[in-house]
Design a protein around this ligand. Structure first.
Ligand code: NAP
Length: 248
């Protein structure tokens, strides 16, 4: 198991789902973890409790990361409280699915702001400290919807494709400072985000996933942990699909 001992990691949207899984995995590997959440304080505190009960170190921090001041506060809290930020995982995300004719402009804006703008804001706030230290790992959670497209997700797919372009540009921009920037593209994973998908779509999805099953939260977390590790130091600008082969 790759170690993250001595590293300080911020994970946005870590109160539930994939972000929670990444927080638990990073803590297990020795990182101190800042568990960001938007509105679900109880769940975020439960993640912190689980980490500390297992001998790890974590704290929860509320911030709507789509808002500049709040994204800045999240990073400032981390660099003040832990004196460094080594790893940033831009994971916070939402969906507002609909066919384009019925999708409201505010559903487009919410998804773009929460999924894409937040990653840009948090990264912008974090790179100064990483550059000073000449070390950093930024991991952006995209989606196979950003690679393949998905009917009913014109807003979501655009945000996730945007994440990929953002990842590659930032990777080029800050590589000389020993900061890597990569993306993880999950396929279908059962979380609050996907729990309301129709049984028909769930069953249909398994017919086009080569591994014929949905992914586990932990399987996404293992990929993020690898990209956050020292062993991944020569990988940057990469999009790692963790999707059972769906998008190959
Ligand atoms: P989830 O279970 O719905 O969890 C979403 C998390 O994001 C929660 O912790 C939520 O905080 C947080 N969040 C939402 N808006 C936020 C904001 N404005 N500021 C800060 N935090 C915010 O979703 P998930 O399935 O774990 O998804 C996590 C990421 O993986 C997303 O980027 C998603 O697009 C991506 N992804 C998921 C799948 C999948 O199949 N599940 C597939 C591909 C990609 P609160 O609890 O406080 O509301």
């Amino acid at each position: 198991m790759t170690s993250l001992t001595g590293r300080v990691a911020v994970i946005t949207g870590a109160s539930r789902g994939i972000g929670k899984g990444i927080a638990l995995e990073f803590a297990k590997r020795g990182a101190k973890v800042v568990v960001n959440y938007h509105s679900n304080a109880e769940s975020a505190n439960a993640v912190v409790d689980e980490i500390t009960a297992n001998g790890g170190s974590a704290s929860a921090f509320q911030a709507d990361v789509s808002i500049e001041e709040q994204a800045n506060e999240l990073i400032k809290y981390t660099t003040t409280h832990y004196e460094q930020i080594d790893i940033l995982v831009n994971n916070a995300g939402v969906t507002r699915d609909n066919v384009i004719m019925l999708m409201k402009p505010e559903d487009f804006d919410t998804v773009i702001n929460t999924n894409l703008r937040s990653a840009w804001l948090c990264s912008k706030a974090a790179v100064r400290s990483m550059m000073r230290k000449r070390y950093g790992r930024i991991i952006n959670i995209t989606s196979i919807s950003g690679i393949m497209g998905q009917a009913g997700q014109t807003n979501y797919s655009a945000s996730k494709a945007g994440i990929i372009g953002f990842t590659k540009s930032l990777a080029r921009e800050i590589a000389s400072r020993n900061i890597t920037v990569n993306a993880v593209a999950p396929g279908f994973v059962l979380t609050d985000l996907t729990k309301d998908l129709s049984e028909e779509l769930v069953n249909q999805s398994k017919t086009f996933i080569p591994l014929a099953r949905w992914g586990e939260v932990a399987e996404i977390a293992y990929a993020a942990a690898f990209l956050a590790s020292d062993e991944a130091g020569y990988i940057t600008g990469h999009v790692l699909n963790v999707d059972g082969g769906t998008a190959m």
